[in-house]
Design a protein around this ligand. Structure first.
Ligand code: COA
Ligand code: AMP
Length: 636
């Protein structure tokens, strides 16, 4: 690896040896109203606060600042909808104006610094405008992904207690148009807040609110036309910018809290050093604003860097074909694309030879970044071959908000090893520990943990629940943050992330809780108990699969039950759960203390080596179940 690695090593080593100096230097990329004199204060919050005496405004740094620097005419955001065929470009001046005026709309609804604004929207520019407008007021936004159903929205409404909800009449999926307002109405009723003010962006082609239902609503367009622009409100660097709910191991999602200052510093560092993107570059993250990837790299990162961010409403395939990504790259002269490996697998499945790529000039594309799930080696080699550019995996999670392990393209890039996202990024002191907290040798798999403190931009706590934050992440290995992932490092220190150690699964790059699905399946009147596990899926990485034991004396056609359970999970969690299979079994394998052996079940289903724990209550259950589990395995 020779020379290349030295540039990275110096930067990385300094971040560990002198975190104060390293991050105060990085903080100079932000425009502060009060510049920080201290990088970290370990005494605040459950795990410390970054830039405790700094003050700034994130929306100012993402928008006004670039206008003031004379780049007002440069495109800030381009919306390209493969669903409607519409394209729209907003310059930095226009976007700043829209955001300032929508901030005025929010202010007129009573939104003040520290208040919450819930946003339930698909991939339309108004989603980004609403986020930035909340940030402009020093308010805290919480975006809920459109693929979640009313109950999930209600859970988030109850936890975040917003002052206002911003939504739209509809979203577009390839096979259907989704009416949002009935879901919003149901969620508000479930949350016990039917009177909550709702701001609605009307989109063409949607029915809107069905007759008989009422919402306390304001029309987005009318309010915006009449609004007084609102100025940026400076906040403390450690004040929250957003809450983003993510799946935990229980049915109750975790409200990850992100601060303002540390977030801006970290994202600016990544745009320059990890992604090699600067002012004027066109950057495209093909994800959704409802996920962390969308927060960090559709909205905040590229705008903080003064780049042009591309917001794409569509899929990699079927809208209209597997050339959709290549069309967008050509049309907008994209310099770098960030997507999930699933999207690449979907394209490859439809167009294995990438014949459609030849129709387009993608010569502007310099790098393809992937995250959200492991970039399997097959997909890596395919993408590298067809595109002929670096294909760069990086590993992170909602909690960290930016890459933990990556291959910095804005420094001397490291050699890429297929199957590994490369090396820890600055600020992350990564270790692999066994179950007793001892470091394991190179090549040995264990729990991936990060020594405290975590770098800027990572979660500061869970909303309203410091204790859950401590219990979830800091309890298992004292002094370390437990990532919940397992993996190993090779002799060169390269990290290989192999999968979760808990009941979280990853379906098409979407993080889902099998515990939440079990809770729903368990409410079916015929079900005595159930286990939902994630099994390998060639396209989506994993898929959820339910195993249910019927109540004594109940008889129901298994196919009817499966249909009912699929509908139930779709209704209660949402289509994004992608729960399509449920199998009736006589019994579930358990330990003597009653814990269902989900890991063993998954290993059998995935055709992995497994050992049945000695604590099993009845080994015969596994013997009966094994052929059934293996049969669930789709041809890979
Ligand atoms: N609103 C409503 N429904 C949604 C939705 C949204 N925002 N997003 C997804 N869904 C629905 C889909 O329509 C689908 O419904 P169906 O069961 O009726 O077909 C279901 O949720 C599952 O969606 P998905 O897992 O996305 O599967 P898909 O078959 O529609 O598409 C891929 C498959 C691979 C093309 C798609 O998953 C993809 O592009 N993945 C990229 C991953 C990604 O961007 N991850 C974000 C994190 S980086
Ligand atoms: P999310 O919080 O939705 O971003 O999901 C985070 C989880 O997705 C991680 O804990 C990993 O299990 C998985 N993940 C994300 N990116 C990668 C990657 N590049 N390689 C392996 N796993 C990943």
């Amino acid at each position: 690896m020779g020379q290349n690695i030295i540039g990275y090593r110096d930067e990385y080593q300094r971040s560990l040896d002198d975190p104060e100096g390293f991050w105060l230097d990085a903080a100079q990329a932000v425009e502060w109203t009060v510049p920080p004199t201290q990088a970290f204060d370990g005494g605040q919050g459950p795990a410390g606060r970054w830039f405790p005496d700094g003050e700034m405004n994130t929306a100012y740094n993402a928008l006004d600042r670039h206008v003031a620097a004379g780049r007002g005419e440069q495109p800030a955001l381009i919306h390209d909808s493969a669903m409607t065929g519409a394209q729209r470009s907003y310059s930095y001046s226009e976007l700043t104006d829209q955001v300032a005026r929508f901030a005025g709309v929010l202010r007129a609804q009573g939104v003040r610094k520290g208040d919450r604004v819930l946003i339930y929207m698909p991939m339309i520019p108004e989603a980004a405008i609403a986020m930035l407008a909340a940030a402009r007021l020093g308010a805290i936004h919480s975006v809920v992904f459109g693929g979640f159903a009313a109950s999930e929205l209600a859970t988030r409404l109850k936890d975040a207690t917003p002052v206002v909800l911003v939504t739209t009449t509809g979203g577009l999926e390839p096979n259907r148009a989704i009416e949002y307002l009935p879901t919003v109405h149901e969620a508000l009723t479930k949350a016990g807040t039917p009177e909550l003010p709702v701001i609605i962006k009307h989109r063409e082609g949607f029915t809107g609110l069905p007759e008989g239902l009422e919402l306390n609503f304001t029309d987005w367009d009318a309010a915006l036309a009449a609004a007084e622009p609102a100025e940026c409100v400076p906040v403390k660097a450690s004040d929250p910018l957003y809450i983003l709910y993510t799946s935990g191991t229980t049915g109750t999602p975790k409200g990850v809290v992100r601060d303002n200052g540390g977030h801006a510093v970290a994202l600016l560092w990544t745009m320059a050093k990890l992604y090699n993107i600067g002012a004027g570059d066109v950057w495209w993250t093909a994800s959704d604003v409802g996920w962390v990837v969308g927060h960090s790299y559709i909205v905040y990162g590229p705008l903080l860097a003064g780049a042009t961010t591309l917001m794409y409403e569509g899929k990699p395939v079927g809208t209209p074909d597997a050339g959709a990504f290549w069309r967008v790259i050509e049309a907008h002269r994209v310099k770098a694309l960030f997507t999930a490996p699933t999207a690449l697998r979907a394209i490859r499945k439809m167009d294995p030879e990438a014949a459609l790529l030849k129709k387009y000039d993608v010569g502007t594309l310099q790098t393809l970044f992937t995250a959200g799930e492991r970039l399997d080696t097959d997909t890596y080699h395919w993408a590298k071959k067809v595109l002929g550019i670096p294909v760069v995996d990086h590993w992170w999670q909602t909690e960290t908000g930016w890459g933990i392990v990556g291959n910095p393209q804005g420094m001397d890039p490291l050699p890429i090893k297929a199957g590994s996202p490369s090396l820890p990024l600055p600020g992350y002191d990564l270790r692999i520990l066994d179950g007793f907290g001892e470091e394991v040798a190179a090549g040995e798999e264990g729990n991936i943990v990060l020594a405290l403190p975590l770098p800027p931009g990572t979660l500061t706590t869970l909303w309203g629940n410091d204790q859950r934050y401590v219990d979830s992440y800091l309890g298992a290995f004292p002094g370390f943050y437990a990532t919940g992932d397992s993996g190993y490092r090779d002799g060169d220190g390269y990290v290989f992330v192999m999968g979760r150690t808990d009941d979280i699964i990853n379906v098409a790059g979407h993080r889902l809780s099998t515990g939440a699905m079990e809770q729903v399946v368990g409410t079916h009147p015929a079900v005595a108990e159930c286990a939902v596990i994630g099994v390998v899926d060639a396209l989506k990485g994993q898929k959820a699969m339910g195993f249910v034991v019927l109540k004594a004396g109940v008889s129901i056609d298994p196919e009817v039950l499966e249909r009912e359970l699929v509908a139930l999970v779709r209704r209660e969690i949402g289509p994004v759960a992608d729960f399509k299979n449920a199998v009736v079994v006589d019994a579930l394998p358990k330990t003597r203390s009653g814990k269902i052996l989900r890991k063993t079940m998954r290993q059998i289903a995935d055709g992995e080596q497994y050992t049945v724990p000695s604590t099993i209550e009845d080994p015969a259950v596994i013997e009966v179940l094994a052929p059934l589990l293996l049969a669930t395995r789709a041809p890979q």
